[in-house]
Design a protein around this ligand. Structure first.
Ligand SMILES: [Fe+2]
Length: 289
């Protein structure tokens, strides 16, 4: 997770790279119980919804064994599988710090967990979102390479002043991505798999558009952080996602300087339409406000 607008260095107690000790021994029984409740609730949603690499990763890391996962334990297996590790951070970190971690195959995860009376509300990403949502996909070798490529791309986008375009790629893939499989469309995005409501909405609701992934198109599409998505992008394979990211983005960024953003509910003639949404949910919400 990352955020803009950090003028100062790391908070007291954090290292220069913003990491902290996870302090696994200090979690209370109540905090472990929140993890177990969330885990069991979410795990029950995901058969036939989450993609196979996610489900395999969830099993490989054994994320339900001891309440909140101990990073020292899961990093042994994660490192063996793809060379990635999870590091604890106190909250959102500056973009350049975030990208540096990803480029070095480290995933910064929130150390804290949400309150038992706020299971469906997140002020900022907590350990359940970050570890349950993101880390299983990091056990997949292709996705693991994609995340590292994204981190390197972030460093470059900052130099070129195109971070807002690149952030949309993260949003519509790492957070809210869907994957085409022989069994149908499946979820791989962390924001979906860690959300009870969106893991249904993203696949089943008639409201959103579901469109074939196109990198440049995604970079022109704004997103909403306050509600369910109005459009999801479906990658044909994780390899295709990785391949798209290994090209030089500089020519794309050059075109994006003059290309207009595409309204969030628009379908372009060049889009591959997998599901044409009726935007019913979004319209109802707009009317209610
Ligand atoms: Fe996330």
């Amino acid at each position: 997770m990352s955020a803009d607008g950090f003028a100062k260095g790391p908070p007291p107690g954090a290292r220069a790279d913003w990491t902290i000790d996870q302090g696994w021994d200090r979690y209370t029984p109540a905090e472990h119980q929140v993890w177990m409740t969330l885990y069991e609730r979410q795990r029950a949603m995901l058969d036939g919804r989450a993609c196979e690499p996610f489900m395999k990763g969830l099993e490989a890391l054994d994320l339900h064994r001891s309440g909140i996962p101990d990073f020292a334990r899961i990093n042994v297996e994660l490192n063996r599988l793809t060379g990635w590790s999870v590091v604890a951070v106190p909250g959102l970190v500056p973009d350049e710090v975030f990208f540096d971690h990803l480029a070095n195959r480290r995933f910064p995860a929130g150390q804290f967990i949400r309150r038992a009376d706020e299971l469906d509300y997140l002020r900022e990403p907590d350990i359940f979102h970050d570890v349950f949502g993101h880390v299983p996909m990091l056990t997949d070798p292709v996705f693991a390479d994609y995340m590292q490529a994204y981190g390197r791309g972030g460093q470059r986008a900052m130099q070129l002043g195109r971070l807002h375009n690149l952030a949309r790629l993260y949003w519509y893939t790492v957070e809210f991505g869907l994957l085409q499989t022989p069994q149908g469309v499946r979820i791989y995005g962390a924001g979906i798999v860690s959300s009870r409501a969106e893991s249904v909405f993203a696949l089943d609701d008639p409201s959103p558009n579901r469109l074939g992934f196109n990198l440049e198109r995604v970079m022109r599409t704004p997103y909403r952080i306050d509600d369910f998505q109005q459009v999801y992008f479906v990658v044909p394979s994780l390899q295709a996602l990785l391949d798209a990211t290994l090209q030089d983005f500089a020519p794309i960024y050059g075109r994006l300087k003059t290309a207009k953003d595409i309204p969030i509910d628009r379908i372009e003639p060049s889009d591959l339409v997998i599901t044409r949404g009726d935007q019913g949910y979004a319209k109802a919400r707009a009317t209610a406000q």
